[in-house]
Design a protein around this ligand. Structure first.
Ligand code: IMP
Length: 429
């Protein structure tokens, strides 16, 4: 059991590390769960009582009735999706509307964001980023642009927001019609629809920065829930094939207003292998039968888009870089059970470019596609380990695998997940 007060859970690779389950478990040891980045490009899965729940915006602590859920200012929120998610989950997430706070500083996603993204990705063709098409990038671009952005707090002043939205739609329509030769949006219809969403979300909109400062002063334990993963971070990830938010632990400060000095421990989550969805370099990708076997055994299909995920060996070289960026206190390995029964097993310990080892994870986007992984072979295990409940229950080969990850990444493994259910978890903290 963790005794730390404030914990950050962050993905170390390209997202989909099964962080939702870990956040759900750790929620029982915290009073508040806060999302700090991204939007409904995220897909967090929580499973209990033989049911699976897919979340995109509401923090994964929602099923714990005593936990307050906070959506921080670092997010971009699609109001329609958020309302739908609240509606879908409120029968099991008791009293959710009374314990969900939405930052007045969070930005919003509108129909023009989704439309421009679809047009842009189509226009790019083979050179596309392979985004989730949820309007995330265009919403963050408008945030930086300022004059075409809307924050959640503006729904509290609809009389000011209405003319602003109509102005933005007219401006965006110039681009749709003149640049892309496409249909314009109807400003009145957009406003009518979104004003209704704003009205319903209004009671939950709050100054969450001030609220969190008070919660910390009161000694409440906060769990910060990262979305996506460090290698998708806008600044530190595999740019330009990244998302548009701070998906590393760096996002906690900007995305919640809480000082990094208030975080007691940072745990990085990795799968026992590595996956990536969308375009972009992936040095340890397995395009043959072993990659297919991992995809099928791990059910590696996107929670948000349903796209098949690209699968490969655990990339300890990239993860070591991510660990250094985040300053890890511990690692959580998920889906270790999926490796059971593979005919071979390997971990990537470094990259070779032109036969020479790279000293550091590269920023140059032309280097990664050429990187040849240096693979260390490990002994596979045939067993189904999903019934293990302690580290000693694991076969020696699986234990050796975990120890090797600790050595290569340079941090202790605190938790191991060997199945989707809460009980299928081994604690080592
Ligand atoms: P965007 O976040 O929709 O702009 O997509 C940018 C890149 O990030 C694409 O490669 C997406 O597939 C990837 N991405 C975004 N969110 C997630 C996620 O939650 N898990 C995995 N990949 C993601």
């Amino acid at each position: 059991m963790t005794t730390a007060t404030n914990t950050c859970i962050v993905g170390l690779t390209w997202g989909d590390e099964a962080k939702g389950k870990i956040v759900d478990i750790l929620s029982a040891e915290h009073d508040v769960v806060v999302r700090y980045n991204g939007g409904n490009n995220a897909g967090h899965t929580v499973a209990f009582d033989d049911r699976t729940h897919k979340l995109h915006l509401v923090p994964s602590g929602l099923f714990h009735p005593e936990v307050t859920c906070v959506i921080g200012g670092g997010l971009v929120i699609d109001p329609q999706v958020l309302l739908e998610e609240i509606r879908t989950n409120e029968s099991l997430a008791k009293g959710l509307r009374d314990r969900l706070l939405i930052s007045d500083r969070a930005h919003t996603i509108w129909p023009w964001h989704k439309k421009i993204e679809a047009l842009s990705e189509k226009h790019l063709g083979k050179g596309k980023i392979g985004t989730t098409l949820r309007g995330i990038g265009p919403a963050y671009a408008d945030k930086a642009n300022r004059v075409t952005a809307v924050r959640m707090g503006e729904f509290l002043r609809p009389e000011h927001l209405k003319p602003k939205v109509e102005r933005i739609v007219r401006q965006k329509n110039e681009v749709f019609t003149k640049v892309f030769d496409d249909e314009p949006l109807d400003p009145a219809a957009v406003w009518e629809e979104y004003a209704a969403y704003g009205e319903q979300l209004r009671p939950m909109i709050a100054d969450t920065t001030a609220w969190l400062h008070q919660a910390i002063a009161d000694g409440r334990r906060i769990l910060f829930e990262g979305a996506q993963g460090t290698l998708l971070d806008i600044d530190h990830g595999t740019y330009p094939y990244v998302t548009s938010s701070s998906a590393s632990a760096a996002g906690v400060w900007t995305g919640t207003g809480v000082s990094p000095r208030a975080i007691d421990q940072i745990w990085g989550v990795v799968k026992a292998y590595t996956t990536r969805v969308g375009e972009g370099p992936f040095p340890t990708e397995l395009t043959g039968p072993i990659g297919d076997q991992i995809r099928e055994q791990g059910n590696e299909y996107g929670t948000t888009t349903g796209r098949p995920r690209r699968c490969g060996w655990l990339d300890a070289f990239a993860i070591r870089y991510a660990a250094a960026l985040n300053g890890l206190d511990g690692i959580v390995i998920t889906l270790l059970d999926v490796l059971g029964g593979l005919p071979e097993l390997a971990i990537c310990t470094g990259y070779l470019v032109d036969g020479k080892p790279l000293e550091a994870f590269p920023a140059d986007p032309t280097l990664l596609p050429q990187a040849e992984p240096v693979l260390e072979r490990l002994e596979p295990w045939p067993d189904d380990i999903s019934g293990a409940r302690t580290f000693d229950d694991l076969p020696p080969a699986a234990q050796a695998y975990v120890h090797r990850v600790e050595e290569l990444v340079g941090a202790p493994v605190r938790m191991i997940s060997i199945g989707p259910d809460r009980e299928q978890t081994i604690r080592r903290d």
